[in-house]
Design a protein around this ligand. Structure first.
Ligand SMILES: O=C(O)[C@H](O)[C@@H](O)[C@H](O)[C@H](O)COP(=O)(O)O
Length: 232
């Protein structure tokens, strides 16, 4: 599906514009079906966007927030995406929202993935909004190059849900929604910042091998149009 590139003068302008766009999408979903859901990415890029979104005036009691992916660490770990979202998004007006974590203290990460799949089944069919980031290696979500379950994760025939991923560049083992869970969000966003990430995007767009740059699956095979938000 096609993508649209939205360029901003700086990260603050991008954060405000993206927060406005997401708030409008969530409010429209609430008006239409009485509820809304959003899956957000972790990492460092989204912080300003989360801060801007937390102050948006909408009926947050009708919104479910979850993560696109999570490191398999408890919420008090500095590596936790749950902690990142709790710190920067689940406050101010957004404090009233329902957050559904992916990490669950379980005997195995596979059991945690099964629990997360069950707890999110009602909000990912499809998500109203999915916000993706991208690493310098061309990963998105936890679709890492040469990840042990990458083919299954990127296969749009794989049932929606949360699965595990291990990869050289991932650090901890990961929990990640499948591409099929994210691909048809009516508002599908890739949020990247800086010249380096713009160069990585250009490299991804110039090639087709998804094993080496999994972001290519999102750029070329997403069901929904992709909105790329970029600032220097
Ligand atoms: O758990 C994670 O790390 C994220 O979900 C991941 O997919 C992130 O979006 C990219 O790694 C970009 O991270 P930065 O924004 O820190 O560059």
């Amino acid at each position: 599906m096609a993508s649209t590139f939205h360029e901003f003068a700086n990260g603050a302008d991008l954060a405000e514009a993206l927060a406005d766009k997401v708030a409008k999408q969530l409010s429209a979903a609430i008006s239409k079906k009485g509820a809304a859901s959003i899956a957000v990415s972790g990492g460092s890029t989204p912080k300003r966007f989360f801060e801007a979104l937390s102050g948006k005036d909408l009926d947050w009691t009708k919104v479910s927030v979850t993560l696109v992916d999570e490191r398999f660490v408890p919420a008090d770990s500095p590596r936790s995406n749950h902690l990142l979202v709790a710190t920067h998004l689940l406050k101010d007006k957004a404090a009233a929202t329902t957050f559904i974590p992916l990490y669950h203290e379980a005997a195995t990460i596979d059991t945690a993935a099964e629990i997360a799949t069950g707890k999110t089944a009602s909000i990912c069919n499809p998500f109203d909004v999915a916000i993706l980031g991208m690493g310098g290696d061309g990963h998105t979500a936890s679709f890492f190059p040469r990840g042990n379950h990458l083919a299954k994760a990127l296969n749009l025939s794989t049932p929606r849900g949360v699965m595990t991923m291990a990869a050289e560049g991932a650090g901890e083992e990961r929990l990640t929604f499948t591409f099929s869970s994210l691909s048809d969000a009516p508002l599908l966003v890739l949020h990247i910042e800086g010249q380096e990430k713009k160069d990585v995007l250009a490299k991804a767009e110039a090639g087709s091998d998804e094993k080496n740059m999994p972001i290519r699956a999102v750029l070329t095979r997403a069901v929904s149009p992709l909105e790329i938000y970029w600032a220097p």
